[in-house]
Design a protein around this ligand. Structure first.
Ligand code: PLP
Length: 377
């Protein structure tokens, strides 16, 4: 049965933009513009401008944005890279695939890496930090910058979930040596398949990652400068993303409005932690609307029965996937978060009516719990 409130709604998303998207795709197909054509260059220029950097290089995933950023920063075997354990596995896999060792640290109450935990994890082998701007909120980049310059560390921002978010007025992806973005379909800017980009102000990094994505080749001279990869952002995807990028500021405002509605309707419900953290420096974009509660499983079942789709990012700590061989880091906050978080529907298509249905369901669950005499649901 279809959900009354789906987590995301790709069909509606397409219908809303159909004429613009169809024109962009058909234009590429009609003109045979498939690989490394003007549509890709245009999208890269517009993305760089949006983020406030000199260069953006399209690649085929957020994973490859991270992988190439590490390679371009010269990170490899024998090096350590510090990153939060509470992230998507791709952040960590990119470190492993360049031969370096991921050093996992804990996060703070806003789900972002704790700068003090980063400082405490530095060893003589540490070469880089990958802060992850999770759920549409940026990390404390001022403190991470100080730590990185003190120890001469590279910062690679995993901004896969935070295109458009800012810290002290500066955008995600403009602080580090590189910023890494994902255009996975359900990201705030999503393609019709996989996609990603690297942003940077460093011309050498931009050149290296441009070559790495295309088998190491310099397109002007035909010279192979690396054993590279086949990892382009496809031209048709770039044309689609360029259309969508024009709508992104309005979508971000919409997400903020939906977040405000959730906050106003749920702030008095006991036993819930809402994702509205003290935020003088951050402007969040709410890629995900994550609430935290000790009664997560019951609440999810109740929402499911009420036709509201929810997701959990992520139900178990990454190191508990034994095949990944990440050891047993004692990261209590990450463990608790995995037990307690649930993401409510949030997208450019989420309507006020759908928020009302979701909020009613959450309140009903809490009320019925209270009616059964439990002090805290
Ligand atoms: C925080 C984070 N990092 C990296 C990635 C990887 O991006 P992709 O799926 O495009 O490879 C994602 C995507 O889900 C992500 O959320």
């Amino acid at each position: 049965m279809p959900y009354t409130v789906p987590f995301v709604d790709p069909r509606r998303h397409y219908q809303r933009l159909k004429s613009e998207l169809d024109a962009a795709v058909i234009g590429c197909l009609t003109d045979g513009d498939l690989i490394l054509r003007q549509q890709l260059r245009d999208f890269e220029a517009h993305l760089a401008e949006f983020v406030g950097v000199k260069y953006a290089v399209g690649v085929n995933s957020g994973y490859h944005a991270l992988h190439f950023s590490l390679l371009a920063s010269g990170i490899g075997p024998g090096d350590e890279v510090i990153t939060p354990a509470h992230t998507f596995v791709a952040t960590i896999s990119a470190i492993v695939h360049v031969g370096a060792r991921p050093v996992l640290v804990d996060v703070g109450p806003d789900y972002n890496v704790d700068p003090e935990a980063v400082a405490a994890a530095i060893t003589p082998k540490t070469r880089a930090i990958i802060p992850v701007h999770l759920n549409g909120r940026m990390c404390a980049m001022d403190r991470l910058d100080i730590i990185a310059s003190r120890h001469q560390l590279v910062i690679i921002e995993d901004a896969a979930q935070s295109l458009g978010a800012t810290f002290q007025g500066r955008a995600a992806g403009s602080w580090g040596t590189t910023g890494c973005f994902s255009f996975y379909p359900f990201k705030i800017l999503g393609g019709f398949g996989d996609g990603g980009a690297i942003t940077t102000n460093d011309p050498n990094v931009a050149q290296t990652v441009s070559r790495l994505r295309y088998n190491g080749e310099d397109r002007e001279t035909g010279e192979y400068h690396h054993h590279g990869y086949t990892a382009l952002l496809d031209n048709v995807q770039a044309a689609v993303l360029d259309v969508k990028l024009r709508h992104l500021p309005a979508w971000i405002e919409h997400r903020r409005r939906i977040a405000d509605m959730y906050r106003d309707a749920l702030r008095d419900v006991s036993g819930l932690v809402l994702p509205h953290f003290p935020s003088e420096q951050q402007a969040d974009v709410f890629q995900n609307y994550v609430i935290r509660t000790r009664f997560r499983e019951g609440l999810r079942e109740h929402l499911e029965a009420g036709g509201v789709e929810t997701l959990v990012h992520w139900p178990k700590p990454v190191w508990e996937h034994a095949a990944l061989k990440l050891g047993q880091p004692p990261l209590e906050e990450t463990k608790a978060i995995c037990r307690e978080v649930v993401s409510l529907p949030m997208s450019a298509e989420t309507t006020e009516e759908q928020v009302a249905v979701t909020v009613d369901c959450v309140r009903q669950f809490v009320t019925s719990y209270e009616a059964r005499g439990r002090a805290d649901p």
